[in-house]
Structure formats: C-alpha cells, structure tokens
Write a protein of this length. Structure first.
Length: 96
C-alpha cells in the first residue's frame, strides 16, 4: 500500500508544481531536455515499431500526473486484493 501512496503523492506533486495539463513529455524535458529523445531511441532499439506509436507516444501526450495516478490505482488495487485474499484464506483455516 505504501507504493500506491507514493505514486499518489507523486501525481499530486506533479499536478501542483507544473501546469495540470502539461504532457508527460514536457515534464520529462524539464528534468533533461534530451530525455524524450532518449526514450524514443530506447523504444526504437528494443521494441517493435508499433510500440512507439501505439503505447509510448499516447502516454507521453497525456497529462504528467495521470501516469503516477494510474500506477497508484493499480498498486492500491493489488494491495487490497492481496490483503483480502490473505484474510479469506485465514478465515477458512481458523473458524470463529
């Protein structure tokens, strides 16, 4: 659950520190102006050509806060699922 909270804090920090509608590519360019180009080079070198156009580019054009918020939702859901499944297995073995 701590990982999910960390991603939500990162999403909030991005939404507060840069304009909320700034794309992820612009936020990465603030860190290093060459970073979006390096990402394109890595994807082109190691993944099929469609990965840039259908996966990476749409992600880089979305607001910067959206990616960490989505990861926070995924990790939060996984943490809740693992917690509830461990509670269910514990209750089957130890009736109350």
């Amino acid at each position: 659950m701590a990982i999910a909270v960390g991603f939500f804090v990162a999403a909030f920090a991005l939404a507060v520190t840069i304009p909320p509608d700034a794309p992820l590519a612009a936020a990465l360019a603030l860190l290093d102006p060459l970073l979006p180009g390096h990402i394109h080079g890595l994807i082109s070198a190691y993944l099929p050509p469609w990965a840039w156009g259908y996966l990476a580019l749409p992600l880089l054009l979305r607001p910067a806060w959206l990616f960490p918020a989505a990861l926070g939702i995924v990790f939060g859901g996984a943490a809740l699922t693992l917690h509830s499944s461990s509670q269910a297995s514990r209750s089957r073995h130890h009736p109350r």
